[in-house]
Ligand binder design. Structure first.
Ligand SMILES: NC(=O)c1ccc[n+]([C@@H]2O[C@H](COP(=O)([O-])OP(=O)(O)OC[C@H]3O[C@@H](n4cnc5c(N)ncnc54)[C@H](OP(=O)(O)O)[C@@H]3O)[C@@H](O)[C@H]2O)c1
Length: 286
């Protein structure tokens, strides 16, 4: 008799961007249930801008799902390096579509930065209006996938964080630990998303076989400044080292949406998922 676990294990998953903060967490999460095909050294990080590499590995490994976590995520870098950003964030999904079999489902991660931040909380039905080159590229990548005639899932998320990786929580924690003063904006407001909870949402979306465009993000809508204060408190660091500033005070190359929280109620009607509270997450990862 085939057990439930064997059936799940038979799902063959390929994660692009597997060394990044979401990719590596997702690898840990999904490897408990599924066969993550590229979780070994020799297969590791396949370049999504290299069509021949993708073609070779997709043919060789024959995944049922490709989960695209590969991206250039430094918003200011993308603003100043448009062609490099386009190569990864836009051509990457085109290459994944054209190099994989039609039966392979594509799960693609997108962002709240597709919105202009004027509405405060965004539904999937709201009209995107990206302010940065990064946001424009991510929107273009969504549209390419949506019109590709492929079975797809796009998950838009916001301010991903976790214990490790290149993220806001780690930056605040490590700066304060090193007794540095940091300036943090009080007027960029979003709902930060724990990489482990996002991985759980992806896992449950695969089990429930849902397709289409969805938002998944944390429960609390909070400014970067208030988030940083919570990080200081949980570690018992001096919060006075966090200097409140406004976005306009920063000379950032790319514009950011100011209120870009994502409403996740659509996906929560289809899968049983609750994002834990920020206080709870900070306690367990600190
Ligand atoms: N970080 C956030 O707050 C946030 C918010 C909303 C949405 N997202 C989206 O979530 C997804 C995952 O983000 P993340 O936070 O995990 O980003 P990350 O930590 O910066 O990881 C990005 C990954 O992409 C890889 N990569 C870069 N160029 C590549 C290429 N040409 N081919 C293959 N892989 C390449 C990187 O590898 P190397 O390190 O070797 O370059 C890394 O493994 C992205 O789609 C991002 O747009 C992120």
């Amino acid at each position: 008799m085939t057990s439930k676990k064997t059936v799940q294990n038979s799902k063959r998953i390929f994660i692009t961007g597997i060394t990044g903060q979401l990719g590596s967490t997702l690898n840990k999460y999904l490897s408990r249930y599924f066969n993550v095909l590229n979780n070994q050294e020799n297969f590791y990080n396949i370049d999504v801008s290299d069509r021949s590499e993708l073609k070779y590995f997709f043919k060789e490994l024959s995944p049922d799902y490709v989960i695209n976590c590969a991206a250039l995520t430094n918003v200011d870098f993308c603003e100043q390096n448009k062609s490099k950003s386009h190569e990864v964030n836009v051509d990457g999904i085109k290459n994944i579509i054209s190099c994989s079999k039609k039966s392979t489902k594509i799960i693609h991660i997108s962002t709240d930065y597709v919105f202009n931040g004027n509405k405060k909380i965004y539904l999937e039905s709201d009209t995107p209006d990206p302010l940065s080159y990064y946001g424009k590229g991510k929107l273009e990548s969504e549209n390419i996938l949506r019109t590709s005639n492929r079975d797809f899932l796009i998950l838009r998320t916001s301010v991903i964080f976790g214990k490790t990786g290149n993220n806001f929580y780690v930056w605040v924690r490590d700066s304060l630990r090193n007794n540095q003063k940091i300036s943090v904006v009080t007027d960029q407001i979003s709902n930060p998303t724990w990489s482990w909870s996002l991985s759980e949402a992806i896992y449950k979306s695969i089990l429930s076989n849902i397709s289409g465009l969805f938002h998944y993000a944390g429960e609390e809508v909070i400014s970067r400044y208030d988030f940083a204060i919570k990080v200081a408190k949980v570690h018992d660091f001096n919060p006075d080292r966090i200097i409140p500033i406004k976005t306009l005070d920063l000379d950032q190359k790319a514009k950011r949406p100011l209120h870009s929280a994502l409403d996740a109620s659509k996906i929560k009607k289809l899968i049983d998922i609750e994002h834990p509270s920020l206080d709870y997450i900070l306690k367990i990862i600190s």
